[in-house]
Design a protein around this ligand. Structure first.
Ligand code: ASP
Length: 454
């Protein structure tokens, strides 16, 4: 049995939904379908989820919601019309949206979650109706009835263990189960969404729950590529990769698959296949526990911008017991998570996501570090990128760092930081943000051969 998840662009309009129906029909093992809300139909389009957030915010600001509501309804109406669906499908969707808007909620977060989730919920109902219309027996599944239990933090749901046992029953369903992505319910019955892009997570949870043989993640690219195709022209396709490699690459900017979605698949050893709705014949990228690595120690190169470092220097820091703990405690108090901590004997840099560091927070942290840790120097620098080489083959290959550093030096890219975890599945270089593209291109050239610069 396979669980197939279709992302926003795969269900953005009637033509795309017809492709989804054909994909389901082409393989009888595709029994459980997870759908996103309608995504972008073209480059400048808006996602339904963003329209819903706009609608929720208009309502919260107590402004007239009619135009924002209309924008959402229009998206479904167009699809329903183009699919020749019966009128009651749209009547239900409209009534559902109005009911969500009219209810009273204990907080802004809950209200936002309920409206955001309607994007996938209504799309699942619509798609189930369409599948039945074309003769594919399909049932819309309500995540509450199915027992998709999650923690109770709005916008940041985490699956609860019981959910997996509850979902197992979906195996027995006759026909196709159409499950909305992106949200579950807490034990007290609140609707809670996963972080953005979270339909991937729903799909992985379902695949683990029903003990699927494969989790197929349908998107709009043929495969995961070795580098960002917007930076490197025609990068090579990755045919097979391990969960760890995918996790590292999605951490550093590969957005093709949500990094949290790997956890349920990985824990239950369910292979994941990233495939293209617009070209389903292409074999896609298979993500597994193990792969054979032969020639190239590097499988992919990722880069992500928006990092800051908190640099701290204190003479004899290495001898001061508890210094690191106290430093990190100051960050913990400010609710800041860190990414890397490269250190010397008398200094250390804590690398964090810049988005966590408003100027007020920065001032408060710097002042506490100065006074409580009695340091010789503390300052914050912004505008860094992390460029990452990823590959299982790196740990038994000599010279990867040397090759990478030489390549970067040829392009005069200054390396501000190097970090390699003991697993050696990734090698991270901290560089100035403005050097990001040059760095990715020269590293790609070094490990994958010449490319056409554009
Ligand atoms: N529709 C949600 C989003 O845009 C979830 C998803 O598509 O995965 O974030």
């Amino acid at each position: 049995m396979k669980v197939a998840k279709f992302g926003g662009s795969s269900v953005a309009n009637a033509d795309q939904i017809k492709k989804v129906a054909a994909i389901i029909q082409a393989d009888k093992e595709r029994k459980i379908i997870v759908v996103s809300a309608p995504g972008k139909r073209h480059e400048t389009d808006e996602k339904t989820t963003d329209l819903l957030i706009e609608l929720a915010e208009t309502a919260i600001a107590k402004q007239d919601t009619s135009s924002a509501l209309n924008n959402v309804i229009e998206r479904y109406l167009q699809i329903a019309k183009d699919l020749d669906l019966e009128a009651n499908v749209m009547i239900e969707i409209e009534a559902d949206l109005r009911a969500r808007l009219d209810e009273t909620y204990e907080s802004k977060g809950r209200f936002l979650d309920t409206l955001k989730a309607s994007g996938e919920d209504n799309n699942a109902k619509l798609i189930a109706a369409y599948l039945n219309q074309v003769g594919i027996k399909a049932t819309y599944i309500n995540p509450k009835d199915a027992g998709l239990l999650v923690s109770d933090e709005p916008g940041n749901a985490q699956v609860l263990q019981e959910a997996y046992d509850n979902l197992y029953q979906l195996r027995d369903l006759d026909g196709i189960a159409v499950f909305p992505g992106f949200f579950g319910f807490s034990e007290t019955g609140n609707l809670v969404t996963f972080p953005r892009g979270g339909s991937d997570i729903t799909g992985a949870i379902l695949a683990a729950g029903v003990k699927a043989d494969l989790y197929e993640n349908f998107t709009d690219v043929d495969s995961v590529y070795a580098a960002n195709p917007f930076i490197v022209k025609d990068p090579v396709e990755i045919k097979r990769m391990t969960y760890r490699e995918m996790r590292e690459l999605s951490y550093a900017g590969f957005s093709v698959f949500h990094d949290e979605a790997l956890i349920p698949a990985f824990r239950n050893s369910i292979p994941v296949c990233v495939k293209n709705t617009n070209n389903p014949k292409s074999s896609g990228t298979l993500i597994l526990a193990e792969r054979e690595y032969s020639l190239n120690p590097v499988i992919g190169i990722a880069a992500d911008e928006g990092f800051a470092t908190i640099y701290v220097r204190k003479y004899l820091m290495n001898r001061e017991v508890g210094f690191g703990r106290r430093l990190l405690e100051i960050l913990e108090d400010a609710n800041i998570s860190y990414e890397h901590i490269p250190s010397g004997i008398d200094d250390t840099s804590v690398i964090i996501r810049e988005s966590q560091l408003s100027s007020n927070v920065e001032a408060a942290i710097v002042s506490r570090i100065k006074t409580e840790l009695d340091v010789d120097d503390v300052h914050v620098e912004r505008g860094f990128s992390m460029v990452m080489l990823v590959g299982e083959g790196m740990h038994n290959t000599v010279g990867v760092t040397a090759r990478a550093a030489t390549a970067l030096s040829k392009q005069a890219v200054n390396i501000e930081m190097i970090n390699q975890g003991s697993s050696e599945v990734s090698l991270v270089f901290g560089i100035q943000q403005q050097d990001t593209k040059r760095a990715v291109r020269v590293l790609y050239e070094e490990f994958f051969g010449p490319q056409v610069i554009f």
